[in-house]
Design a protein around this ligand. Structure first.
Ligand code: 3HC
Length: 286
């Protein structure tokens, strides 16, 4: 099917990155956020991000206006009604997502593909909230979505081949590399990445090395672009905890049982870069 108009629900780190990618690649993009102020903040953030690309000489300043003119952000849910594809990217809470899929199914035409950017929750549970389970799949971008090339296309057992192919084509048209994965918690990347991140926090708790030295070790010893603590701060500690909890719920594997320090930091609202402090302090602008 031909996708022209893309709806995004959620104006967090991922929703905003996906919206920027889609608009840059020619799609008409509508974003539904919780309030008009968060919707306005999303557009301002994207304008700033595009401005940085202009400064780097990677984007013409005339292109910024064209990209922004393709985007609308509002708190009005009905704006999603005539989208060809909607990608939900709200917090990792199954009940919240189920409610949104029920609403989307009610307002969108039968032809609309409904996708979720969840990293761990069962896509089948969202598909079964709708009267079109064959048109529901996962389209999982990575953080930062504007930069990371991979998109996991998640196939719940109900999805049609057409839906999966359209989702892959959408990812390619956003200059991404799609891989198809089964609807199983963590898919490929998070199932492998999160035991590593969790074990890095365990090493810190055990006092094996400082967090700076653990990060340096993985950067200089393994060639990773950033160490585990910088990455946890980038992903967000609340998101990381939800991912680990969902992985543990699915597999009951001790490697996925969140280390207590992570849970305590989330309770203390030390959420990473987005809250100004996580394992590192960003108030000085890291
Ligand atoms: N649009 C297009 N390109 C952009 C951009 C934008 N909005 N913002 C930045 N870029 C480009 C830059 O121009 C730059 O390209 P260049 O090197 O050719 O000039 C490149 O992206 C890198 O940007 P920066 O120079 O600003 O930043 P760094 O070089 O410091 O890299 C990083 C930052 C990309 C975050 C890098 O450290 C990295 O790859 N880290 C690992 C991130 C990772 O592992 N992510 C996956 C997390 S897991 C996940 O997301 C799953 C989820 O479910 C939790």
């Amino acid at each position: 099917m031909q996708i022209k108009r893309v709806g995004i629900i959620g104006s967090g780190i991922m929703g905003s990155g996906i919206a920027e990618c889609a608009a840059r690649n020619g799609y008409e993009v509508v974003v539904r956020s919780r309030s008009q102020s968060t919707a306005d903040a999303l557009l301002a953030g994207i304008e700033k991000s595009l401005g940085k690309q202009v400064e780097k000489g990677k984007l013409g300043s005339d292109e910024v206006d064209t990209i922004l003119s393709r985007m609308t952000a509002t708190s009005d849910f009905s704006i999603l009604a005539d989208c060809d594809l909607v990608i939900e990217s709200v917090l990792e809470d199954l009940q919240t997502k189920k409610h949104l899929f029920l609403e989307l199914d009610r307002i969108c035409p039968d032809s609309t593909i409904l996708a979720t950017n969840t990293s761990t929750l069962p896509v089948i549970e969202l598909a079964m909230e709708t009267g079109r389970p064959e048109k529901v799949c996962g389209i999982h971008f990575f953080n930062p979505a504007t930069v990371m090339k991979l998109v996991e296309i998640v196939r719940p057992i109900t999805a049609s081949n057409d839906t999966i192919e359209s989702a892959k084509e959408f990812a390619r048209s956003c200059a991404k590399t799609p891989v198809e994965v089964r609807d199983q918690a963590g898919f490929v990347v998070n199932a492998l990445l999160f035991p590593y991140l969790n074990n890095a926090i365990r090493l810190l708790e055990q006092g094996v090395a400082s967090l700076e030295d653990i990060d340096t070790s993985m950067k200089e010893g393994c060639g990773f672009p950033m160490g585990p603590f910088a990455l946890l701060d980038l992903i967000g500690l609340d998101t990381s905890l939800s991912i680990l909890d969902a992985l543990y719920e699915e597999y009951r594997d001790p490697n996925y049982a969140a280390v207590p320090l992570l849970r305590r930091m989330v309770s203390a609202e030390l959420l990473g870069k987005k809250s100004g402090r996580g394992f590192y302090d960003y108030h000085g602008g890291k």
